[in-house]
Design a protein around this ligand. Structure first.
Ligand SMILES: *Cc1c(COP(=O)(O)O)cnc(C)c1O
Length: 232
């Protein structure tokens, strides 16, 4: 397991890189939010990041987040949890209760279901719409072609709290093209926030306007087997 010292050190180094990339584009580092992706890691590891001052975290599986986060949040009430993995409709109500931000809104039926649950539960986590910029068959996200109509449906018809767009570029392509496309779609739809960039490419993403970067490995090291060992 990674030590608390290494997590603190990694956080400092990621933040320094964020500041440097922000300075290049004449933006303040405070305009870029660091989402620490804690998937697969156990509570001790996550707590070390809290102690080092990190507030925003990302998880990609609803069930894993449900097992880990209620306790973590009880101890760290100002933590903010982002859902960054695919959301099934039968987990939508749970996601509305558990997460502060849902980054993976990507289809009509899910949008309708989320809107209904938000009304019923009386909790309205901000949403990002996930765009499948590479139009990859196996990947979640709405296609760039369908993006404008979907954003309009979410905003105007369903009154969902959509704040921005999110993408995960194809692994074997130059990410910059995808970041530029995401920004273009956001700009023409009047959306301010862009969630893009991971450990390998967050500095590039910042040059292309990212306001949220999602960084796992560069903070916590390789994925852990903590979660598998919980019998999941
Ligand atoms: C795991 C994950 C990340 C973080 O990836 P790293 O390469 O470990 O930084 C970012 N975004 C999503 C959607 C992820 O699933």
């Amino acid at each position: 397991m990674i030590s608390s010292e290494d997590i603190a050190k990694n956080l400092l180094s990621v933040k320094a890189s964020i500041s440097a990339a922000a300075a290049e584009t004449e933006r303040g580092a405070e305009s870029i939010n660091l989402v620490a992706v804690s998937k697969t890691h156990g509570p001790e590891t996550i707590n070390a990041a809290f102690v080092a001052g990190q507030k925003i975290f990302g998880e990609n599986r609803v069930q894993e987040a449900e097992a880990k986060w209620p306790e973590l949040k009880a101890v760290n009430p100002d933590a903010q949890l982002h859902l960054i993995g695919p959301l099934q409709r039968n987990k939508a109500a749970l996601a509305v209760r558990l997460f502060d931000v849902i980054e993976t809104l990507d289809r009509n039926k899910l949008a309708t279901t989320l809107a209904r649950h938000m009304d019923e539960i009386g909790r309205r986590p901000n949403c990002f719409i996930q765009i499948n910029t590479g139009e990859e068959q196996q990947k979640a996200g709405i296609t760039p072609r369908d993006a404008d109509a979907f954003i309009n449906l979410c905003h105007t018809e369903l009154d969902l709290p959509v704040v921005g767009l999110m993408c995960i570029p194809p692994v074997d392509e130059e990410p910059a093209l995808h970041f530029a496309l995401l920004r273009e779609i956001a700009e023409r739809n009047g959306l301010r926030e862009l969630s893009m960039g991971m450990s390998a490419d967050f500095e590039t993403a910042i040059r292309f306007g990212a306001t949220y970067v999602r960084v796992g490995t560069a903070i916590f090291g390789p994925r852990s087997d903590y979660w598998q060992n919980q019998g999941a």
